[in-house]
Ligand binder design. Structure first.
Ligand code: ASP
Length: 366
């Protein structure tokens, strides 16, 4: 986030902006802007549909589990129509993109989505962008976008745990909340909005296969809430230009694999990844960030072969110890990033041609 939007006073202004009011206090960077009342009451928000459960059509309202079987998904316009949100919360402009399951999101999809966000953001009449996404890989797409996009409008990624047609579906509620966050004129940033909570992409993870409150930021909690029309930010992530990568790197991300530790792991997967051409390997290690002895030996061999190895943890939260042993082997500590997020950061660093030392400092500051 922009550092000039960090103070609580200004955050309070953001809160006010989400409520239909006539007198408006603006954050300092907008203090010379003239906003018509209509602009605030009816912000224009682009809604990009990528597919996922939020776009899925079940066989009947009680089909809450196996709706993927039919593969029936609708585009952004139809999601708005079916949820009745077309004109309800904002002037929402549907932008069709893909209708895929998020388990099928590819590097090309990421690159195209980032390009589309940039193209949309160049339209000065848009106040924000909402991306509807499958929940399976939502946290990865949001994290990736946060490392690439440096836009003047917020990008809010949302999805749903129940299909669009399911009984008590959260599709409409999540979309409405996401639109409200996208309309808060935060001045940029990428957010995840699910279940009336705002999360930062770095911390959020899908922590349950089915529950409506599956999206959590373990040990950190949400950064904001959405209560009806009121968006309240408790805190905003600092804007970190050093963690921004050029968009064109997305078209040439190298192979980076993840290896998962378990009792008796013998390093076979690590050797297979190396033979498969991995340029980087992330180890989702035991609690403190440790592989089994055989894995550590295989990772050391990978480092010797020129593969960049990042040590992460399978626990789901907490800092990985930058142990003396890892340092001596040239294994980089993954900070407190989940393995899947460490993988994205490592792939971007490698695509940029960073040296091992630079990659280490990127992870330390991430
Ligand atoms: N299978 C879905 C997906 O596209 C799951 C979901 O969206 O909740 O990720």
């Amino acid at each position: 986030m922009r550092s000039d939007l960090k103070s609580f006073t200004e955050l309070h202004y953001l809160n006010l902006l989400s409520v239909p009011v006539v007198a408006i206090l603006l954050p300092s960077r907008y203090s010379n802007s003239v906003l018509k009342e209509d602009d605030v009451l009816r912000p224009r928000i682009a809604f990009i549909g990528t597919g996922g459960t939020i776009a899925s059509i079940g066989s009947d309202p009680f089909d809450l589990l196996d709706y993927n079987a039919s593969g029936a998904r609708v585009d952004a316009r139809e999601i708005l129509e079916r949820t009745g949100l077309q004109d309800a919360v904002a002037d929402i402009v549907p932008v069709d993109f893909r209708q895929i399951d998020s388990t099928a999101i590819s590097l090309t999809d990421w690159a195209d989505l980032a390009d589309l966000c940039c193209e949309l953001a160049s339209d000065s009449t848009l106040a924000g962008i909402v991306v509807g996404h499958g929940t399976a890989s939502l946290e990865e797409t949001a994290w990736l976008l946060s490392l690439i996009l440096d836009l003047q409008v917020p990008v809010v990624v949302t999805g749903s745990m129940r299909p669009l047609t399911g009984i008590s579906s959260d599709a409409g509620a999540n979309l409405a909340a996401a639109v409200r966050v996208a309309a808060t004129r935060t001045g940029g940033g990428v957010f995840v909005v699910m279940n009336d909570e705002v999360h930062c992409p770095r911390a959020v993870t899908k922590s349950h296969t089915l529950r409506l409150n599956a999206f959590q930021s373990p040990w950190q909690g949400p950064i904001g809430t959405v209560d009806g029309p009121t968006v309240t930010f408790a805190r905003l992530e600092p804007h970190r230009p050093a963690l921004l990568f050029p968009r064109d790197l997305l078209r040439r991300l190298p192979r980076v694999d993840i290896t998962y530790s378990y009792v008796g792991a013998d390093g076979c997967a690590i050797r297979a990844f190396a033979e498969g051409g991995a340029k980087g390997i992330v180890s989702a290690g035991f609690g403190p960030g440790l592989g089994s002895p055989a894995e550590t030996a295989a990772l050391a061999d990978a480092v010797s072969a020129g593969i960049i190895v990042v040590q992460s943890s399978r626990t789901g939260a907490g800092q990985v110890v930058d142990s003396a042993r890892h340092q001596s082997l040239g294994i980089i500590a993954g900070n407190d990033l989940s393995p899947q997020k460490a993988r994205i950061l490592l792939a971007l660093c490698l695509a940029r041609g960073d040296s091992p030392r630079s990659i280490e400092s990127v992870f330390q500051s991430a």
